[in-house]
Design a protein around this ligand. Structure first.
Ligand SMILES: [Zn+2]
Length: 280
């Protein structure tokens, strides 16, 4: 296995492995490899007695895609690397245009992370919408947070138009409903890109005239390996801040918490959970 020099070091492993021989891999689009296997869920492994997970102190990882982490980055922060790399790729898909504002519809960890990457790569400002007070509290640390839970559609429109009269250069929709698509397109500026992060199996009526003036709608899938060291560098440099995201929970306390979360999905008592299985 490669990267022998990392033995004994603190590393962040890429939690997926691609095949390397399919047409997507060979074209440099490994994020679209149909033969990808993941640590932590069963996809791609086929029928097995055992699927590798990560809820334990030590796990085997693929050496070729381990990255050493700086001493000042905690294991808990590094545990968010998968979603941070996804955020880097999402932001690339959204074509952040330096000097233009960015709108995030749905400010969970993905939306929050994309907002931070957008600011790092030149967005003039970020505006984050959500209905959850937990998400809004986190969003307010990153940019302009708008709690839409008690606002009418017209009030949201007016607020966004005041902030960005010429529209946003990029819009990231982490909700993906007909309503959020409509909102995003309404406020997408000329030559702007709307990224749909939550594609649903649902027909949506659509007037193509709304894509006039070179507006684009795109999706995003996983991340490319090069996005990972980029995300790690920005985590280490402090451009990406995740410490405040984290709620720590011991593995044995997880089942009752899951029960609480699934009982009332609207309640959202935590922003991002870090499960600490051992003594770390
Ligand atoms: Zn492949």
């Amino acid at each position: 296995e490669r990267n022998q020099h990392l033995l004994g070091k603190r590393v962040a492993p890429v939690c997926s492995k691609v095949c390397g021989w399919c047409s997507e891999c060979r074209a440099g689009r490994t994020r679209l490899c149909p033969n990808t296997v993941h640590l932590g869920h069963g996809q791609g492994w086929g029928e097995r007695d055992f699927y590798p997970g990560a809820y334990t102190s030590y796990v085997p990882a693929w050496g070729a895609s381990c990255f050493q982490i700086a001493d000042h980055v905690s294991f808990e922060e590094a545990a968010t690397m998968d979603i941070l790399a996804v955020c880097v790729h999402v932001a690339e898909q959204g074509n952040i245009q330096p000097g233009r504002p960015v709108l995030i519809v749905g400010a969970g960890p993905a939306g929050n992370g994309v907002a931070q990457v957008a600011l790092t790569t030149g967005a003039s400002r970020v505006v984050l919408l959500d209905r959850s007070s937990v998400a809004i509290a986190q969003a307010a640390k990153v940019g302009t947070a708008i709690d839409t839970s008690e606002m009418s559609d017209e009030e949201v429109d007016t607020a966004l138009r005041q902030i960005a009269p010429e529209g946003f250069g990029s819009v990231f929709d982490t909700v993906g409903t007909a309503k959020t698509l409509d909102l995003g397109l309404t406020h997408l500026g000329k030559a702007g890109t709307l990224v749909n992060l939550a594609v649903h199996d649902e027909p949506i009526q659509f007037n193509f005239l709304r894509l006039g003036s070179e507006r684009r709608i795109v999706t995003s899938c996983n991340f490319e390996i090069g996005d990972y060291p980029k995300a790690l560098a920005w985590l280490e440099s402090g451009h990406l801040k995740v410490k405040d995201w984290l709620t720590h929970v011991r593995l044995e306390d997880l089942p009752p918490l899951f029960e609480r979360i699934t009982r009332d999905p609207e309640e959202k008592p935590v922003f991002k959970l870090v499960v600490t299985p051992g003594s770390f």
